[in-house]
Design a protein around this ligand. Structure first.
Ligand code: FPP
Length: 248
């Protein structure tokens, strides 16, 4: 029996004139990637951060408008201190490098999440990159840091309630659009495509409100191994879907 030759990566047909505007990624599988190589989990995060850089640069090159990545969740504080510190250190390193590169690539960096419990130096760096971003109009990368979808919705509800108590808003007049304005993602279009590598098929508290009509793409590839070709597969799968938004 003859085996079919797997399609070459170049055989994946992507229509680059018809890309999703907003792609969101749960960067999962760093720990398993490291374990398979007999390396500490922190090495997996370092490799994952490199992949983030490659994929973000490529997304800018092909003309995506928005890329949102899940870097650290409200639940990730439960990890060993050493691992949390390593992730914070990587974020600092990549932010610092990004600040230099933003000048060249005009990529805008923005953050979703409660930054207040982060180390002061990292928080200041986030503020700085946010401020520099205002000058540019290139692709916007949203880094979810100490982010949780439920936490985001609760904060938005609290802020809305405070505005009502202050007489600025009327509860009965609240619309979905107005509520969206209280989220971290205010003013940003919802993700069209959510990608989760590493074989897990769950949403893990990521963009719960915003992904109501997103298309999902799952792959067994671990995040550090996620390549441009893998992104092509995700984009091609997205382009093969029929989005009906509840209609027919
Ligand atoms: C999930 O993999 C990954 C994380 C919780 C951390 C993601 C952080 C980075 C990629 C580094 C810094 C990011 C930027 C934006 C520079 P996991 O540890 O849960 O993997 P596992 O499920 O295999 O254990």
């Amino acid at each position: 029996m003859a085996f079919l030759k797997p399609k070459e990566d170049t055989a994946v047909q992507v229509d680059f004139d018809n890309l999703p505007r907003h792609v969101a990624i749960i960067m999962d599988g760093n720990g398993r990637w490291a374990k398979r190589r007999g390396l500490p989990r922190t090495a997996g995060h370092a490799a994952g951060a490199e992949t983030f850089r490659t994929i973000a640069t490529y997304c800018q090159k092909i003309g995506l408008d928005y890329l949102t990545v899940y870097a650290f969740s409200t639940e990730n504080w439960k990890r060993p201190l050493e691992e949390v510190s390593a992730i914070m250190g990587l974020l600092k390193k990549y932010l610092l490098e990004s600040i230099e590169k933003m000048e060249r690539d005009h990529i805008r960096l923005h953050f979703f999440g409660d930054l207040s419990p982060l180390p002061a130096e990292l928080r200041e760096m986030c503020d700085r990159t946010d401020a520099i971003s205002q000058r540019y109009d290139g692709m916007q990368v949203n880094v979810c840091l100490n982010y949780g979808g439920r936490d985001e919705i609760v904060r938005a509800a609290r802020a809305f309630a405070a505005d009502c108590a202050a007489g600025k808003r009327e509860p009965a007049a609240l619309t979905e659009e107005a509520f969206s304005g209280y989220l971290y993602s205010a003013g940003i279009p919802d993700p069209d495509l959510v990608i989760r590598p590493s074989g897990e098929i769950r949403i893990s508290n990521f963009l719960l409100w915003q992904s109501a009509y997103a298309e999902f793409y799952y792959t067994d590839v671990l995040w550090p191994d996620f390549s441009k070709e893998e992104l092509h597969r995700a984009l091609a799968a997205y382009q093969g879907r029929s989005r009906r938004f509840g209609g027919v």
